[in-house]
Design a protein around this ligand. Structure first.
Ligand code: GDP
Ligand code: MG
Length: 274
């Protein structure tokens, strides 16, 4: 069993198929790079952790996928439940440490639905189907719908993953991929074909998941910082307006000249109202 401490991501990972994605950037944006550069200099910078949930029909290969990525192992004899809720994998992206919490269902999908606690706060969802069983692809929409109703606040990034690529011939693969890409487009998801048995595309898939999720987390922080700045600017502006008014009103004062009842005069207006 292999355990890797941290994966340093050197370059922006590409999608599996450019038609099967809605995420079309091919590099980190300048704002994200600048923000991360500043954060990397800050010794008190927080550790960023994102939640990744894995869903799909029973037996499609979710647990094998997670174990191949996390520990580089594959076994035909997994129990349905692995006993822990999630696994943590560490990355270093743009010089910042980043953790992906990868949640396995622990057998709940047996009952065709998963509790909302599982989905709560998920940044990314991996919807798995079995390329050797086309029926499991038709369940993908159901899993996405269930997740969105349970976790409606912010829509997570969605990956549609065809597993067991090693079991299908090239012609079946082509057919399934065309179908799956159409489904991915409907679901606004990104499509990948992988095999946990051979390990094909597993590292690339999770690196892509980590980078897109990291970028999303950073964008949310940039937005929050901008909103905070805007609110502070608004507050300052209202203080300035208030003091402006005061100066204007002060200027129209008669400075206590006798018998002044001018409504324009700040002091006398107050006096005449008494
Ligand atoms: N040939 C092949 N079999 C796989 C692959 N991934 C999973 N399996 C098999 O599919 C079965 C179900 O896998 P599992 O990960 O337990 O499915 P889960 O119920 O979705 O977690 C097991 O017998 C695995 O050995 C794969 O990539 N290739
Ligand atoms: Mg499982």
């Amino acid at each position: 069993m292999e355990y890797r401490l941290e994966r340093a991501v050197a370059s922006f990972p590409l999608p599996y198929n450019s038609d099967g994605t809605i995420y079309r950037e091919y590099r980190f944006s300048r704002e994200v790079r600048d923000f991360c550069e500043q954060e990397a200099l800050d010794p008190k910078a927080q550790l960023r952790v994102a939640k990744c949930v894995v869903v799909g029909d029973i037996g499609v290969g979710k647990t094998c996928l997670i174990n191949r990525f996390g520990y580089n192992i594959f076994s035909n004899n997994y129990k349905a439940t692995i006993g822990v809720d999630f696994d943590v994998q560490r990355f270093k992206i743009l010089q910042l440490p980043f953790c992906l919490q990868i949640w396995d269902t622990a057998g709940q999908e047996r009952f065709k639905c998963i509790t909302s606690t599982y989905y709560r706060g998920a940044h990314v969802a991996v919807v798995v189907f079995d390329m050797s069983n086309v029926n499991s692809l038709s369940s993908a929409k159901k899993w996405v719908d269930e997740m969105l109703t349970s976790n409606a606040k912010i829509k997570p990034i969605v990956f549609l993953v065809g597993s067991k690529k090693d079991l299908v011939s090239p012609s079946v693969q082509e057919f399934i991929e065309n179908e799956a890409i159409k489904v991915a487009q409907q679901l606004e998801a990104e499509y990948w074909s992988v095999s946990a048995q051979t390990g094909e595309n597993i590292e690339d898939l999770f690196t892509r998941i980590a980078v897109l999720t990291f970028q999303e987390v950073i964008w949310r922080e940039i937005e929050a910082a901008e909103n905070e700045k805007r609110a502070a600017d608004e507050k300052n502006k209202s203080v300035i307006n208030y003091s402006d008014n005061f100066v204007r009103r002060k200027k129209s004062s008669c400075f206590g000249k006798s018998k002044c009842f001018s409504f324009k005069c700040f002091k006398c207006f107050k006096t005449s109202k008494k």
